[in-house]
Design a protein around this ligand. Sequence first.
Ligand code: FES
Length: 220
Amino acid sequence: MADPSKRPKKKKSPYTAERGIVGAYEGETVTRRVLFTGGALAAGGVATAAFALPALGFALGPLFEQQNPRSFQDVGPESDFNPQTYVPKVMTISTDAGEAGKTTVYVRKYDPSRDTDKLKQPYVAVSTRCAHAGCPVRYVQAAQRFICPCHGGVYDFDGKVSGGPPVRPLDRFDTKVENGGVLVGARFSLDSKLERHNPRGPRDHLDGVWQYIYPSRPTT
Ligand code: FES
């Protein structure tokens, strides 16, 4: 008796109808079906990418944009500053944005007799970016407060929130002294106890577990 495994195999039909493939029509070959299905999928992929890639770039682009100065900038001689009040100085936070890349920073001398933070900065350089929605705050010496004009945010002399909607103190910048000049460096954020954290965006809470829910954005 002949071995069934050695019988010649029946050749498969090249037509989709004869193979019982769903949606088959007369004369359609399997090759044509595969080609058209692949072509339709590729066209769909290109169309989706045309919409998705620009949106993705728009959403993720700011994460990679350098907005935090890496190098220190000279903001004036030590004689310009004292511990009693803040002096506004202009520094560059984005080198490729012209005038728009500059910001005001409020600088005063660290006062070991009243300052209790453990930040070890010789000068206190406070960011003007409100921790609510980013409006520029203004320091008012008569009240010893930073005031935000947008939604009534108020910060005390140390930049801690004393009223309104901001969620954390004003950010600060690293400072150091070199050859009698005061240098201002990278931005950092603070929680309500004035403990240092990597920079966060406006609105990002920092106390307790919030620091993990709002992770640092290195270029913020
Ligand atoms: S942006 Fe400053 S209070 Fe809203």
